[in-house]
Design a protein around this ligand. Structure first.
Ligand SMILES: [Fe+2]
Length: 244
């Protein structure tokens, strides 16, 4: 089985359309989304509608947490808060209801899927976890593979012999995993990658070959930038699409 893991779409429907086309051309069997479907980007309603129409399961991101708990807006910086408020205003009641019911994590196909960090946090950042804590979390993980989003970066964390090793997922080659080890895979971002390459990113996981492939998908970044400006969203959300 081939699982496409997408994350952090952030209202970028132009990027999501290209990614979904690529997923179709790769003949993935399943698509799972790691949350943060809204915020920053100009088309949150279109993004959520696409996810629902395609029956794509998603976990709860920190941006979606605001729907059930408006007080959580205080967690964000001014620009993110402004775009999140505009996003929520632009989303239809059925789509808001869908977002409000997202689970904190999904377990499927022998893997765990969570936005921030296992076992179930939509808010904890990978880089905030102390090494000793990370070792304990990975030792306790029931599943050998956990996919996370939230940082908008790509990384592979390997747990072996009670120690943790982290490496970037920068190469273009398929990475073969070891079925005797445990992994956390940071799956990058579809809608707001923070590596300045201007390409949407997602990860394809083959459960039989036990391999990972990072897909880098060019899309019309200028189209999204124009829509961000037209929607009156903060400029930095547009700049970040092409700058680190
Ligand atoms: Fe995000």
């Amino acid at each position: 089985m081939r699982i496409a893991v997408i994350s952090d779409i952030h209202g970028n429907a132009t990027a999501l359309r290209q990614v979904l086309k690529d997923i179709e051309s790769c003949k993935a069997d399943q698509v799972i989304c790691l949350g943060d479907n809204i915020g920053y980007g100009p088309e949150p309603e279109a993004v959520v509608s696409m996810l629902r129409q395609m029956n794509i399961a998603s976990v709860m991101g920190n941006h979606e947490l605001v729907i059930n708990n408006p007080g959580f807006l205080g967690w964000f910086n001014t620009a993110a808060r402004l775009s999140l408020e505009k996003s929520i205003d632009a989303i239809s009641p059925p789509n808001l209801d869908f977002l409000s019911r997202l689970p904190d994590f999904i377990t499927a196909f022998g893997c765990r899927f969570v936005h921030g960090f296992p076992p179930d946090s939509p808010t904890n950042y990978m880089f905030e976890i102390y090494p000793a804590e990370m070792e304990k979390i990975m030792a306790d993980m029931a599943e050998p593979v956990c996919f996370i989003g939230h940082t908008h970066d790509l990384a592979l964390i390997t747990y072996q012999d009670r120690s943790v090793n982290q490496s970037p997922l920068t190469g273009s080659k398929t990475v073969f995993l070891d079925s005797t080890l445990k992994y956390i895979i940071n799956a990058g971002s579809v809608g707001q990658p923070r590596d300045g390459t201007g390409e949407a990113k997602y990860v394809l996981f083959d459960t039989e070959a036990y391999s990972l492939e990072v897909r880098r998908i060019p899309y019309d970044v200028n189209d999204t930038i124009k829509k961000i400006h037209a929607a009156g969203l903060p400029r930095q959300h547009a700049l970040r699409l092409s700058w680190p």
